[in-house]
Design a protein around this ligand. Sequence first.
Ligand code: PBG
Length: 326
Amino acid sequence: MSHFPETRLRRLRRTKALRALVQETHFDGGDLIYPLFVTEGRSTKKEIPSMPGNYHFSVDRLPEEVDEIVRLGLPGVLLFGIPEDKDEMGSGAYDPEGVIQRAVREIKKTAPDLMVITDICLCEYTSHGHCGAVVDGTVDNDATLELLAKTALSHARAGADIVAPSDMMDGRVGAIRKALDANGFSLVPILSYAAKYASAFYGPFREAAQSAPQFGDRRSYQMNPTNWREALREVEQDVAEGADIVMVKPALAYLDVLQRVRERVLCPLAAYNVSGEFAMVKAAAKNGWISETQVVMEILTAIKRAGADIIITYHAKDAVRWLRGR
Ligand code: PBG
């Protein structure tokens, strides 16, 4: 071990060129996925109050947004649907003419090369707001699997490039894989929200997606924030069931989990920089308390440093604009 004064770590920080030479984490925005909220209706582009710069789009307003996303050089979008009608079984989720199914077809027409990832969950479509079928007052795991598989299949039929289950039912990756394979979609990958925590950071999203549970909470299916070993079990189980990419969500308060998953599995790893994380940055920046550009870059770099290959973030458009001067 060499010590001060022979060793001076500041030597390699002296100039911009030296710092660039020894930079360990590189981040160019090429692995950012931008979430989009799609609603029923026509000519709608309505800003989400708690998520400035993010909107509800009706299907007919998607092409202009998608053109911009392609022009900015983002590789893909993650779609969330807000249906007109909700029911007990969330049937809007697997309706071939549902809002997401139409959105996927529209986006694929406009931008065939833009990756379309669809969120597979029932909470936006159920009247009770839970992520699965409610039987005797609880979310019934096995009864939900078939509905999720039907949803994933209908998204694949519409042209989705990747399906992303976010419900946290046990066995859903296997059920979705089986349904896709049996129907000619063996090449559609599954990005599983493998370690998804019951987090208060989803607040703005639930308002945006009108998906807050009408009774109780999600703690009987989403993970307890106190646990990291359980996250590894979730990830291992999803990989065993056929997940192609696994995700940790939220990102910032869970970077330790992200790093541990990175050390444990070889498949690509995604992190979801969620709505509450985004809203906090926006609110502080609006008050002039932080520099938005610098804070966003620092956050996204930190998520990469912890081990994420892919970042899903509402900052995606801004970040590539700043990085590439577009
Ligand atoms: C649906 C879903 C949620 C998010 C993504 N998919 C909300 C939830 O689980 O309540 C949260 C995304 C965000 O906060 O940005 N199950």
